[in-house]
Design a protein around this ligand. Sequence first.
Ligand code: FES
Ligand SMILES: [Fe+2]
Length: 348
Amino acid sequence: MAGCFRGYAQSQPAAADEEIARIEPGTPAGEYYRRFWHPVYITEELGDLPEAIRILGEDLVLFRYGEQRDQIGLVHKHCLHRRASLEYGKCEDNGIRCCYHGWLFAPDGEILEMPAENSRTADMLRKRTRLGAYPVVEYRGLIFTYMGPPELQPEFPVYDACIYEGMTSVAYKAPYRCNWIQILDAILDPTHTTYLHSRNSHPQFSEGMKADGVLKFYERHENHFLGSATRRVGDNVWVRVNELILPNFTQAGSAFAVDGMRQCYFGRSCFTRWVVPVDDENSVVYAWANFGSRWDPHQYNTKEGREMIEQGEVLDRSLQEKKRFPADSEAVEGMGGLPIQYKLGLDF
Ligand code: FES
Ligand SMILES: [Fe+2]
């Protein structure tokens, strides 16, 4: 009996899955991420002051510029001169001006002005040096950027899910205190909808989800996958399909509109969503929640409703509520900040 207890044998901390988890520049996952456009902010939350943000382990500053302040720039956080934070900079017509000695940077990082630096060396420096900057596209309430090599920049992606008639899409975000892969993993994991979202709590989405589904997975292209869960609900057969395009684009069958109890054909995705790493141990989901007759009902188009579509419950809850009715945040944050190499206690 005594030999059965394996606490001591397994007490060494497990190694992090470095190849997948790390997203700084130069890491395998970090470089892969840096070949795609990602949302990094909600347009209406960017006011007249610059905002410091952290994306893919890089500290950046997002700001408005232009005469109407209707254009958006994204630059490295620290000024080239003495590293003052441009979070305290001034938004101007042509770019952002550092608060400390007034250097003015264009949105592409060009140094436009270096007050008090009049030497030829300074002029040469101005022409040869740039602040780090990234291109920005504002689209349907989200601000996107591309952080990879300019020569490999892909076209900005507009999926069919962005342009359906009759759909109301509302931008939202949800922070998670864990690595990106732990959040992404759930999209092709229909088993957790049966247990986490139904049987182990209360029906967070619908009664129909309590049934165990028959699972199937499809590889459409090299980085594009679909997963289906087919459930028998009364006399109906309910097929719920989720979608993943690597590294981080996800869509899922409606959360509340369809429950398998009544006939409903070809519903659309409840959200159109990206899992964006802040750093190795923090992430933010940026997404549109989709509403309409083939999407989720408009009554869920509230802050709370969008959070429920995102993860089954509202985000701001007491610890006791989280324990009684755990949702996606509890499941994926509870794993710890970094994904480990799973061994399940076996000696491989
Ligand atoms: S630190 Fe920015 S201008 Fe000097
Ligand atoms: Fe979930």
